[in-house]
Unconditional design. Structure first.
Length: 365
């Protein structure tokens, strides 16, 4: 993290941050109220509050997995139109692009070896996505050549990516993004490659879960960023609760001072929790896919609210709260698969109310 924010962890326990941080998912509310800060006036140390404090949001959508007929669509503007406002309102939005866009050169395909059209990149960018996480169990479905072609398409559209790389130099290039003066560092890892081995001497191609390497990369980045985000492909498919391995790894990442963990792979929603100061979304479910079960048609947009605060001439960066906007994949009147707010999907009525409360966490934005 930067010099101005090196005391971020300490700041969270100060009186000021105690007033600012909620520590749990809840509806949006005013972050700073002048009347709440009157108690600071009696503090023996003079602390000046910068009234122009910065607020940003960091978000992520779940799995984008283009089964048939999704990979035949000429545009994805219509499928995302009902949730575009939610997506574009987020200052820095990630997406798990699980089916890599190798393009028509490799033949478009769905399960079990995915290959998506390159214009999914274009349309995700138009709809607010700022970074693609591409470390997942399908990263090498089309081997090294397919991955390199997909990365070439991302470069063509000016879409940043993380988790898989075209060279050693590419992997060593830190993914650090300046969003309104707040520096966000992003890392991404996957538990598996579906049995596909990484070619000898090409370990840079995909970032696998390896605590030694992960710790080294977190340490290398932390002095340059205010917020560290890890996008991670883990867990068991279709399980509504995280596994012990997920919980253990989340705890370990929290101990490494990772601020936000965005999880994916189970294709269903799993719970959110806060471990210390770390926001943990175990699984964001499917955002856009054509899987057949009700639970795999529910996903959403996780959003973490970040604020800066100037005290005694120093800038502190911290997390205020997290919110979640649930979505569903349905078929519209023309039988196209589209993403809609969950409240607008009839599928919602088929879920047990307790399951919805535990996993979907319907909360106002």
């Amino acid at each position: 993290m930067t010099g101005d924010s090196c005391l971020k962890r300490f700041a969270i326990v100060t009186i000021a941050w105690a007033l600012l941080l909620t520590g749990c998912i809840q509806p949006d509310e005013e972050v700073i109220r002048p009347e709440d800060l009157t108690m600071l006036q009696s503090d023996p140390y003079e602390m000046e509050l910068n009234e122009k404090s910065t607020e940003i949001t960091i978000g992520m959508v779940g799995d984008i997995l283009l089964h048939y007929p999704l990979y035949t669509y000429d545009t994805y503007d219509i499928p995302f139109s009902a949730v575009k406002d939610q997506m574009t309102s987020i200052d820095f939005l990630l997406a798990n692009q699980e089916s890599l866009p190798g393009g028509v050169e490799f033949g478009l395909s769905g399960y079990p070896q995915f290959n998506s059209p390159k214009h999914i990149i274009r349309d995700l960018k138009v709809n607010g996505v700022d970074l693609l996480s591409i470390a997942n169990n399908h990263t090498l479905d089309l081997k090294e050549n397919g991955l390199l072609k997909a990365i070439g398409h991302m470069n063509e559209y000016g879409m940043p990516y993380v988790g898989a790389y075209e060279s050693v130099e590419d992997r060593e290039t830190k993914r650090i993004f300046d969003v309104k003066g707040i520096h966000i560092g992003v890392l991404a890892y996957t538990y598996s490659l579906n049995g596909d081995g990484i070619p000898k001497g090409k370990g840079h191609l995909v970032s696998l879960i390896d605590k030694g390497k992960m710790e080294a990369e977190i340490r290398e980045m932390e002095e340059e960023v205010d917020i560290t985000v890890v996008s991670i492909h883990w867990g068991n498919e279709y399980m509504l609760q995280p596994t012990e391995k997920q919980e253990e790894l989340a705890g370990w990442l929290a101990s490494q001072d990772v601020d936000i963990i965005f999880g994916h792979h189970p294709h269903v929603l799993q719970r959110y929790e806060k471990i210390g100061d770390t926001e943990v979304f175990y699984s964001l479910g499917n955002f856009y896919s054509a899987q057949q079960f009700d639970s795999t048609n529910v996903g959403g947009i996780a959003k973490v609210h970040i604020s800066t605060l100037e005290l005694a001439g120093r800038n502190f960066v911290g997390i205020d709260r997290s919110t979640f906007f649930p979505t569903a994949v349905i078929r519209d009147e023309e039988r196209r698969f589209v993403v809609v707010p969950l409240r607008d999907a009839r599928i919602y009525n088929r879920f047990d109310e307790e399951w919805v409360k535990s996993h979907v966490r319907l909360l106002p934005e």
